[in-house]
Ligand binder design. Structure first.
Ligand SMILES: [Zn+2]
Length: 117
């Protein structure tokens, strides 16, 4: 794989990871366990309101999405280190660079991705 594309994608993933980590940090969460230290909603006397419940659910959804994103990014970065990034994890074929540019977290070629779905 083209070295400069790899560097570009790595920088992109690291930026993405930093953003997700920021959201997790803000709420005392981290990508490696399910605990949320301080969810800053409902501490102002409106804890039982429907709105607070809704906001809480939405925030937990964001936290869960960020966690799974950080884990996926970590895996992609590890594959970059190993030199296996860009190879399909199922058939080993080289994933087209155009696909990686659009979806840097792709781990399968298009054929295998369709079979996996
Ligand atoms: Zn494949």
């Amino acid at each position: 794989m083209d070295r400069s594309l790899l560097d570009t994608l790595r920088a992109e993933l690291e930026r993405d990871r930093a953003q997700s980590m920021e959201l997790l940090d803000e709420h005392g969460a981290n990508p490696y366990d399910e605990a949320v230290r301080d969810l800053q909603i409902g501490n102002d006397g409106f804890a039982d309101s429907a709105q607070a419940t809704e906001e809480r659910a939405e925030l937990l959804g964001q936290i869960e999405a960020s966690r799974s994103r950080v884990r996926q990014i970590d895996e992609a970065l590890a594959r970059m280190e190993e030199g296996t990034y860009g190879s399909c994890i199922d058939c080993g074929t080289t994933i087209p660079e155009a696909r990686l540019e659009v979806r840097p977290l792709s781990v399968r070629c298009i054929d295998c991705a369709q079979k996996a779905d």
